[in-house]
Design a binder for this molecule. Structure first.
Ligand SMILES: Cc1cc2nc3c(=O)[nH]c(=O)nc-3n(C[C@H](O)[C@H](O)[C@H](O)COP(=O)(O)OP(=O)(O)OC[C@H]3O[C@@H](n4cnc5c(N)ncnc54)[C@H](O)[C@@H]3O)c2cc1C
Length: 478
């Protein structure tokens, strides 16, 4: 079956990057169609319901928090490109976050001076080096698509000689945005440093749904369409040029260009050229994936002694950001307390959770989870999930959460859940370690956006969708 309509551009995936690129293209009257294999949008940053309760999957915090008047900053550039008013995001800033290591805790807020002061108190001989690093980061052009790959720890060690401090600085930046184990490209380090330490965390009232609803409303107002349950099974080419896609193994849709947010290896695997991988190297499949425990409690975290918004917990002297050899890493995790954004500070937006919400994310091993999931004994998979939950309670307690609470509901998701809902090989959250920073592929008219272009996270992937649409479709560069 083939459709008679031909599109200027097909966008594969209705995650954050796909939705943002669709808006940008429709805004400039391109005939655009977004194809999504699932029944809802969001991809890695989606939502689900259990009974009356609603859960976010990929939103601990929105990075890159700035006020509405900070014009040149990524979040406001994003709002400008999407033509969505800043206030519609209903952002409340974080209270504060902690980087918690066995013998030291560093506090940071959306004001970098807090972190400078903390480093001055805990690592007085390193503070000058940190300030120099800060200046280097501020002056670095991290989004230049031609930047060479340089490993960030080597650069940072020019400024900071204390390894404990290096590990503490890298901890939040790695777990919130690195496809590499234990280190990252320096450009990516700067993106993460600015978005987390120099700008900071916030949460939209209503969580992920608020973001997705705003993007949907915009798409609708521009007349762009999304087709759900539309799995791209083939990318069709002729003479190394895009001609269209096949969906659900039976329908062909023609187009001039494709922006794919499926991931680099996932995209290349559906190109209908049997010699493709003889001509081009196969991109790596990433290794970094997570499991997460979500606990709904009768008391909010503040009543239980925790007023931090996010705690980056690590119980070793060094921080192991790598695929563990066990199902999940018991000694580190990100603790997120969505009730603890500073809702009362701006007096406009509310904590939309009436109960306590405690989220604990651990680095996990996809292969081991997959073996359990595919194995004959379902009980073993469920038992392993219970272990994740018990460990989450232990880490919460070690982080100072008073144990005087009742758990009203709990849900645990694993790397196999992430794979099922996003189709990323290995359930990876930050994609392949091979990125296509300029979005180009060896096929004319086929471009990568989102995670495997290299701008990560919610704000990053939206910026990626917009910049790839601008560069490759609106400016016609191919
Ligand atoms: C547990 C967790 C916590 C996170 N926390 C944060 C956070 O606090 N802050 C933050 O900024 N970021 C966070 N992230 C990361 C953030 O959600 C992602 O970086 C971002 O959403 C990626 O968007 P994307 O558009 O690049 O890709 P994706 O979201 O992966 O979108 C790709 C889309 O393509 C679709 N697709 C795949 N194959 C096909 C096909 N063949 N045909 C049609 N459609 C297809 C998928 O279904 C998916 O919808 C988190 C992620 C997770 C999983």
């Amino acid at each position: 079956m083939s459709s008679s309509e031909k599109y200027d551009c097909i966008v594969i995936g209705a995650g954050m990057s796909g939705l943002a690129s669709g808006i940008r293209l429709a805004m400039y009257d391109k005939k655009v169609l977004i194809l999504e294999r699932h029944t809802i949008s969001g991809g890695l940053n989606s939502y689900y319901a259990r009974g009356k309760r609603k859960f976010d999957v990929g939103l601990h915090a929105l990075t890159n928090f700035v006020g509405p008047k900070d014009k040149g900053k990524p979040f406001n550039k994003l709002m400008k490109q999407l033509r969505i008013p800043y206030d519609d995001f209903k952002l409340s800033p974080q209270n504060y976050s902690l980087i918690s290591f066995p013998d030291k805790k560093l506090k940071f807020t959306n004001d970098i001076n807090c972190l400078v002061q903390e480093i001055n108190e805990l690592f007085p001989d390193q503070v000058d080096g940190f300030i120099n690093l800060l200046n280097h980061v501020k002056n670095f052009d991290e989004v230049n698509l031609n930047n060479e790959t340089v490993m960030a720890k080597t650069v940072v060690r020019h400024f900071i000689s204390n390894e404990s401090l290096v590990e503490m600085i890298f901890c939040p930046l790695l777990i919130y945005g690195s496809a590499w184990e234990n280190d990252m490209d320096f450009s990516q380090f700067v993106i993460m440093f600015k978005s987390i330490f120099l700008e900071g965390f916030s949460r939209p009232e209503g969580g992920v749904r608020t973001i997705i609803n705003l993007l949907h409303q915009k798409l609708e107002s521009l007349g762009a369409s999304i087709r759900y349950k539309a799995c791209v099974s083939k990318i069709l080419t002729e003479n190394n040029k895009i001609i269209g896609v096949e969906i659900n193994d039976n329908e062909i849709i023609y187009c001039d260009k494709i922006l794919s947010s499926m991931g680099l290896p996932e995209t290349f695997d559906v190109v209908n050229d049997s010699d493709f991988f003889k001509k081009y190297p196969k991109p790596n499949i990433g290794k970094l994936t997570f499991c997460e425990s979500i606990l709904i409690t009768d008391k909010k975290p503040k009543e239980l002694g925790i007023d931090a918004t996010i705690i980056f917990y690590n119980n070793r002297p060094e921080y192991l950001y790598q695929s563990p050899t066990t199902l999940f890493d018991r000694e580190s995790g990100v603790l997120c307390f969505p009730n603890n954004f500073n809702y009362q500070n701006n007096n406009t937006y509310n904590d939309d959770y009436s109960e306590g919400v405690l989220r604990v994310t651990n680095i996990a091993n996809f292969e081991l989870w997959n073996q359990l999931k595919m194995g004959p004994n379902k009980e073993q998979y469920l038992e392993a999930k219970e272990q994740v939950f018990l460990n989450a309670k232990k880490i919460l307690s070690a982080s100072g959460l008073n144990q005087d609470y009742q758990i009203l509901f709990k849900d645990i998701f694993t790397p196999t859940t992430i794979k099922r809902y996003t189709s990323h090989y290995g359930g990876v959250v930050y994609g392949s370690s091979d990125k296509s920073r300029n979005g180009k592929t060896p096929i004319d008219g086929l471009f990568i956006c989102g995670t495997d272009q290299g701008f990560l996270g919610i704000v990053g992937s939206m910026l990626s969708g917009i910049s790839m649409a601008n560069l490759h479709v609106l400016q016609g560069d191919s």
